[in-house]
Each structure stands twice: as structure tokens, then as C-alpha cells.
Design a protein around this ligand. Sequence first.
Ligand code: CA
Length: 720
Amino acid sequence: MVGPKVWSVLIVLTLALCAGCSRKNLANESAASRNPADVNGARILAADREPGNWMIHGRTYNEQRFSPLKFVNDKNAGELGLAWHYDLDTARGQEATPLVVDGVMYFTSAWTKVFALNAATGARLWSYDPKVPPAWAVNACCDVVNRGVAVWEGKVFVGTLDGRLIALDAGTGKVLWETLTVDRDARYTITGAPRVVKGKVIIGNGGGEFGVRGYVSAYDAGTGKMVWRFYTVPGDPSKPFESPILERAAKTWTGEWWKFGGGGTVWDAIVYDPELDLLYVGVGNGGPWNSKYRSPKGGDNLLTCSIVALRPDTGEYVWHYQEDSADEWDFDSSEQIILADIPIDGKPRKVLLHAPKNGFFYVIDRENGAVISGKPYTFVNWATGLDLKTGRPIETDIARYPGNNPPPIVPGPLGAHSWQPMSYSPLTGLTYIPVNDVGFKFKSTEGFEFKKLAANYGIDVVAAGMPQDPKIKKAILDTVKGKLVAWDPAQQKQVWAVERPGPWNGGTLVTAGNLVFEGTAAGRFDAYRADTGERVWSFDAQTGVMAGPVTYTVNGEQYVAVLAGWGGVFPLATGEVSFRSGRVRNVSRMLAFKLGGKASLPPLPEVEEPALKPPSTRASAAQVARGERLFQRYCAACHGDVAVSGGILPDLRYSSTLSNDLWYHIVLDGQLQTEGMVSFAKELSHDDAKAIRDYVIQRAQQTLAQEKSAVQAKPKADAK
Ligand code: CA
């Protein structure tokens, strides 16, 4: 067994050797003679011998997002400048981590478009558009995002929003094979990056809030034929179970959960452990959120909110660890998993590091799934700690939102940490986590009815909305924050933190140059000293930066690249909360930096502030209240909580259709279907559509009144 100290020595030695040799060696001298994306298991296993490449999602199989490169370091990071930028033709959230192999960068944008660029110049080599039908957007909980591609033996693999897995020729972008991985009658989406393990492409999907049943599948990389599928929740128990673990899992469910699918989707984390030949997948929340409607007589609801270890060749179950039993908070455990060897009580242990939505940082023995330690990495009020004997959280009295007016739960469904990848440095021994501090008011609702086109939470979506009393609103908004936390997993403690005005900041990258890179919700791209958190460089990215950065070399020059472009569930769904870091716009582009980079971004075009001109309405309070309930359930996930848009999709308060019949043509007849707004006629009547409109008009009038009183309250400039 090789301990962490030995690894550190090896890394230092490797770097010392490379510092003495030609810089070209880092980028791989044989790059020119290689075929495009000529990547296989042996090459990935030896990834540290070619740190100039970033060949898989988390750079190496352990997905630490640590780079041994240090041409750019804490001494010279101030000299970083833009080397090039590549502008994208979408205006939605960008979440992809690019891959870089032998001087070529491969990545995805929103709508699952795929790009191959010259990694030194940003020149496009090819692009591919899978033509996801815009109407499929209604099936996505969290924007039409995608988190990246996998490459293997000359192919580029991508999972599309509408559930296809596609293999492209890495040299040309031509489709080699394509297969449908989901039932198109259900609201499945793919947003996660595939991983290739031993010649199999592994892919999951999302949709836990919309009535789907979670699973992860493996496809033959050469042919696209399915090799295995592992379901994460049991199906109808009157039918045969697909695997023995599901028979066990079914005993932890009650009622008729399978009618709503059960959730448990594997929408992001998939990690391969070559040492133990295990595949770890992170499983999402149960659906509906409120367990009263999912599993009415109790039960842990396995394998929701769990990390599950599988055999990559067969999909056979090996072990699981459930982080939240009988989840009721959308506490997905699908957040990225890092593998590391860290000292525990003086002895190196093979562990898995996990900071899921629920706010606890877990160190888990990856040989058997036993939890070694778990501590909150930020403020939580739903649990006081972890019972290490049972592995279960010790829940507080308010955790399961009892009564009619329970206090907000922190963290909320946004998660204390979501998909934005964290990183781990074997040199500092620290994990760098983008943390969200956002609570959520859960209140159980009566008479839940599953609706295919709506969000199916089983909670009171009106109670969850932002109150309009200015004092209450301010008090809530004041609690919403974000931070970059450097966490010591061995000691389970924070070493340093950088406070942010708001949440939903970017994924992190850590390098041997003692640097941590992170984009921000405020539109910056920053570098910090990895050991102290001192900021050493900052760039105005003109847009919110959420994605995970990477670093690579071409011809001996080190680049740092990040996909910029604000979006995702946060600005789509959370309304005013999403303005905490300022009102950033979506400007989607790949940004690449190097020492002495001289490129610059074009100035942002001015945007005209729209005028608020709501018509009058004679709707009764009851009608407006009915409209509010419908809005919060059908519209808020995209157009924003209480009709405040985060700026990515239209803010309906400003819509001219509030005054004419176009409203009904759009909501009921699908007039804007080609732009992603489907018809809701199957579930909403004309009266419903009118009630929603009356509510939006009332919100627009309310906003106008608030704006006027704010202007009147402002002191005159010349008044002393
Ligand atoms: Ca979820």
C-alpha cells in the first residue's frame, strides 16, 4: 500500500524531473503522432505521467480535480491573462468540465451541443448539435444544462438532455452510434457527463421530481449495445425484481411508491476505483419529496440518497451507504465523489470523500461503505450530527417539518453543495468546496395529486414562496450566502473560507502551484492560494461562472480554462434569492488563460431595462390565490419563485401578453413550443391559465408599487 506521504514524494519527484526536462514532455511529445482522443484505461491510469492532458471528467480516476502542473503558481498567478475565448450560441446555463487531450479541447454547452477546439488557440475543429427538441426543456428540473463528455479510443461520448447516448468520431464529430437510454413517456433528462470504464460507457439520468425511476446503465463503447442496467429503487413488487438488492430495498418502502417512480436518479456522480474495481454512483432524492406521499407508512426508501458500489463489468451490487434515510428535503447524494488515500488515526485509508446536499462532509471506507466520519461543513439545522454506529444522521425536532408553520430547513433543496465539483489536493490535504447557505420552508400539504407536467414535491409550494412583507423578506435574504470552504477531511474541520455575497459559485480546481481556481456567481474567475485562501488573481468574466475549471499544457505552455455562462436551477427557480451576488447576465463562452495572455473580451452590449406596465385586473383574492398555487407548481421552476425571474428566462411580470390573448395561445396552444415553452392544455384549463395570469398581473402591480415607494423613499441627491 502506498501512503499519502509517499504519493506526495512521488508527485514532487515527478514534477522535479519534469522541471528539468523539456516542457514539451508534459504535453506529451507523441501527441502529434496520436489519433484524436486516443485514450484508454492504461493511459488514464498513468494520467500523472502526462499532466498536460485532462482526459476524464475529474482528470484522473480518483476525480480529485488536482493538477500536478505548476508553471502557473501562487508567485506568478497575477500575470495570468486571457489567451482566447470561444463564444457559444446558447444563452442558458453552462456547467461542463472540458476535456483536453493532445492539444484538443472537447466540451458541451447547454442543449448538449458538443465542441472540439484547438486548445492553444480556441479555433473550432468541429461541432455537433444533437438537435434536442426545445420542448424537451419542460422535462428538465434545472435548466437545459450538460456537464461534459467522455472520450475513449477515438470516440467522444455525450448524453443528451432528451435521453440519448451518442458516440462521435473524435476527429470529425460525425455520429458513430446513437442509442435511446430512457422511456420517452416519462420525464427523464440527462445532464451528467458519461464515464468510460473498461470499454463501457456509464450513464445515468435525472427526473426524480417528475415521477421517474432512477437507474444507471452501461453501454459497449464500440457498438452502443447495453451491457447492464442497475435500478436504484425497487419497481412494482408484484413483478420480479431486477436484482437481489432490490428485493431487500423493497422492504424499506411502503404504499404504492412505484406509481410515482420513486426517484433515486443517478444524475451526476459516477466514479471508477481501479484499485478495488468498483464503480461508485451517487443516488438522488426520493420522489415526491414528502415521504407521506412516497412511502406513507415509513421506511428508509433504499437506495435513495445513497452511495452505491457496483461491479463495473456486470452492474452487480457490492455495498451501499445511505446518507439520508426517508429523505424529505431533496437531499440528493448525487454530488461528485472524490477518491483519496488519507491518514485516519495515523494510518492511510482508502476513502471516498463526499459533500452532498445535506451539509455533512463524509469520509467513507471505500472497501466496504462504512462511514468513518461525518461533520457539517456549514450551518445545518435539520441534524445535530451523525451516529457513527448506525451511520444515520441525528435529526432535530424540526427536521420533518411538523405542524402548520415549521421553521425553514437549512440547507434547502439547493443543497449546501450541489453539482459544482469540489477538488482535493494531496499536497495540502484539503478539499475545496463551493458551499451554498440557503434555507427552504418545507410545509406538508394535504391532498397531493401527481401531475405529469408539474413539479411533484408533495409540499405547500405557496408557503415555500418568498413573502412580500419587506421586513420578512429582508430577514430571509440576509441569511442567504455562499462561500468557498477549504476543508480538512482527515480532521473534519474548516481550515479557511472565502465568504461570498451569494450562493451558486463555481466548481473548483486545485493545482500543485498552490492555487485554487473558482468562478463566482458575481461574474468573476478567481485564483486563491490553496494553503491560506489569499486571493492572488481575479478576472471579470462578464457572467456568472459555475462550471469546473481545468488546466492543461500545449507546447509546454500551461493554460487554465473554464466554461462561463450563468444559469442552472438557481437563477431559474429561486427568484429574488438569485440576485444575492448581483444581477449577472448569461454570456456563454469558453475562457482560456495563460501567463502573459493578451486577449480581451468585447464590451457587454447595453440592455434596455424593460418597463413594468401591468394591466388592471378585477380578479378576486381567491382567484389570485388559485393562480398563485398553480404558478408555483407549474411555472416557478423556470419563470422563478413568486414570478420573479432570475434573468435567464422571461420575467412574466413584464410580459405584454398579460394584456392580450397571446397568453392563452402560448400557455395552452403551444405557440412558443419551438422556443421550449410547451402547451399545458393537458393539465391546465382556460380558467387555470386565466388564474395564473391574474396572479402574475397582481405580482406585477405589487412590484410596481414597491418600486414607486422605493423611489419616494430615496433621499434627493442635493439634500444635505
Ligand atoms: Ca433532486
